[in-house]
Write a protein that binds this ligand. Structure first.
Ligand SMILES: Cc1cc2nc3c(=O)[nH]c(=O)nc-3n(C[C@H](O)[C@H](O)[C@H](O)COP(=O)(O)O)c2cc1C
Length: 180
């Protein structure tokens, strides 16, 4: 059913055109349960400022989905431009590949939840799972941000039009600050 709805919403045109028209941050999501750790490419958005809550969506059946469900925590690490290649590897190497972490090649460091952070990320959020909701072909995970770091000079990567992009120039306009 959800797949059919997505197709008709795209008017029969390629779904990639629709999905690629909405810029989304690229993140490295780390999940750990027991002795198993996975790092995948994923996107996220804010859903609450106070408390700070972030939403991610994960595919049922994937390793990251299983680990977040079991461990009830994850870190979302905003990929820095220098980590774009690693993020794309994390998003294409199967979670069941025993050599995945070595192939992705990022350095994992401890945070305030058992899931590790990715060193060098533009920002890292430590999250505890608040809620999980079935949502089309993915499940929505709401993560309460319990601690975070933002790296000075970090350069976040954005996914747009099927490509990884740097953040563009600021446009003129009235200043609007958070929370709004
Ligand atoms: C740029 C990019 C963004 C991605 N975003 C998501 C995402 O938001 N949610 C998700 O479940 N998978 C996403 N993926 C796929 C995962 O990173 C990963 O490949 C998948 O979880 C591996 O599944 P497996 O454990 O079944 O091998 C993305 C992949 C790429 C390349």
């Amino acid at each position: 059913m959800p797949r059919k709805a997505a197709k008709s919403a795209a008017g029969g045109r390629p779904l990639a055109e629709l999905l690629g028209s909405l810029p989304c941050p690229t993140g490295l999501l780390c999940a750990r349960a027991g002795s198993a750790t996975d790092v995948v490419a994923a996107t996220a958005m804010w859903v609450s400022y106070d408390p700070v809550i972030v939403a991610v969506y994960l595919k049922p059946g994937s390793t990251a989905h299983r680990l977040v469900n079991e461990g009830r925590h994850f870190t979302f690490n905003v990929a820095d431009e220098a980590q774009n290649a690693a993020a794309l590897k994390a998003g294409s190497i199967k979670g069941g590949d025993a050599g995945k972490l070595a192939k992705v090649g990022v350095t994992l460091v401890p945070g305030s939840v058992p899931s590790p952070r990715v060193a060098g990320a533009a920002a890292s959020y430590d999250c505890r799972v608040l809620k999980v909701a079935a949502c089309g072909d993915h499940d929505l995970f709401l993560g309460l941000v319990t601690d975070w770091t933002v790296r000075a000079g970090g350069k976040p990567v954005v996914r747009f039009g099927g490509a990884s992009c740097g953040v563009g120039k600021a446009l003129p306009g009235p200043s609007v600050s958070y929370p709004h």
